[in-house]
Design a protein around this ligand. Structure first.
Ligand code: EAX
Length: 336
């Protein structure tokens, strides 16, 4: 006992200090650590991509705004239809996906996949962020999904391994992989190509094996997946603007209190900004990069000829969708 007593130390104080230390330690162990919830978000592309930067911005903002009460795990799933299904049943909380396969879940989004609907990026972004775009996001909830925020894939361009494509006639007979999207499939059928729908996860093997001759995707997707390794010719057809969307699981989303929901919404906006900024950057440098990687790039194509050749498809779209809605998107201008 003598050893335990420090020189001149008051025995009761010593015992008090030990008791106090022990009880604080016990209290710390017993106190519930701030509850932490794990959240998973997936997307189809490499980390270094326009979806990857969006997912990282989302993760950083969620963890910052909720003081770490939510931790976000980012995973890759290049089968977007599967990722939407997993979000719907709740095996994951969010996914970032192109609208390609979304029409199979929320048919109202298909109007956005009509060729040449949007003039340029400012038109597409403005229209999607305006009331007519928000109205379509609101349609997700009736389909067992949450449309959290529009994001962006980009204007799609045709690549193939056979020859340059400058006019619709150059597409005749080419087997072109499309997304599992009936609007896109009709367009390529009308142009005389042979549309072959498949998930993105099957694309590169199909190109390597020659199951298909070509595909169509925005510059950011072609660059981030090195499609130049399996495709020789790139034509800047910009035939369709491909939106992306962050989709949430309804049970998770509706279980958030108002403050946390506001935090997740703010984080989703941060994801949208990072994603769109990256598309802008990829569009500025991607074509030159693909040339340097060996692709033959056809910058000018006969857009008017493509639009004219698509007339039968446009007529069908006018019957499938509300013509007034098509016009609202096509004619949207800032302030309209
Ligand atoms: O969302 O499937 C596609 O071609 C998509 O553009 C790609 O997965 C990125």
């Amino acid at each position: 006992r003598a050893r335990c007593i420090a020189e001149g130390e008051d025995v009761p104080m010593r015992l008090t200090r030990r008791v106090l230390t022990a009880s604080l330690a016990a209290a710390a162990l017993a106190a519930p650590a701030a509850a932490q919830t794990n959240v998973t978000i997936t997307h189809a592309l490499p980390v270094d991509s326009h979806y990857g930067v969006g997912a990282v911005a989302f993760k950083e903002a969620v963890e910052r705004l909720t003081n770490g009460r939510y931790r976000v795990t980012i995973q890759r799933n290049d089968n977007e239809r599967e990722a939407i299904e997993a979000t719907q049943i709740g095996t994951q909380e969010f996914t970032i996906t192109s609208t390609g396969p979304v029409g199979n879940f929320v048919p109202e989004t298909l109007v956005l996949d009509i060729p040449f609907l949007f003039r340029d990026y400012a038109h597409a972004r403005g229209a999607l962020d305006s009331q007519i775009g928000q109205d379509i996001l609101a349609k997700f909830s009736a389909r067992g999904l949450v449309g959290v925020v529009w994001m962006e894939n980009g204007f799609r361009n045709v690549t193939n391994s056979r020859h340059e494509v400058a006019t619709p006639a150059d597409l005749h007979g080419l087997k072109i992989r499309t997304m599992e999207n009936p609007v896109h499939m009709r367009a390529f059928q009308t142009l005389g190509a042979l549309p072959t729908p498949m998930a993105f996860s099957e694309l590169v093997p199909a190109l390597q094996q020659g199951t298909v001759d070509g595909q169509e995707n925005p510059i950011p997707v072609i660059v981030s997946n090195n499609l130049n390794q399996v495709q020789k010719y790139l034509s800047l057809t910009r035939h369709v603007y491909s939106p992306a969307v962050m989709i949430g699981n309804p049970a998770f989303w509706n279980g958030l209190n108002a403050a946390d929901k506001a935090a997740f919404l703010e984080a989703a906006k941060a994801a949208q900004k990072a994603n769109r900024d990256r598309v802008t950057a990829d569009e500025q440098r991607g074509v030159q990069l693909l040339r340097e990687r060996g692709m033959t790039v056809r910058e000018s194509v006969d857009t008017a000829a493509f639009q004219a050749a698509l007339a039968p498809a446009f007529e069908a779209y006018g019957k499938q969708f509300d013509p007034a809605l098509i016009r609202r998107f096509r004619d949207w201008k800032p302030g309209s």
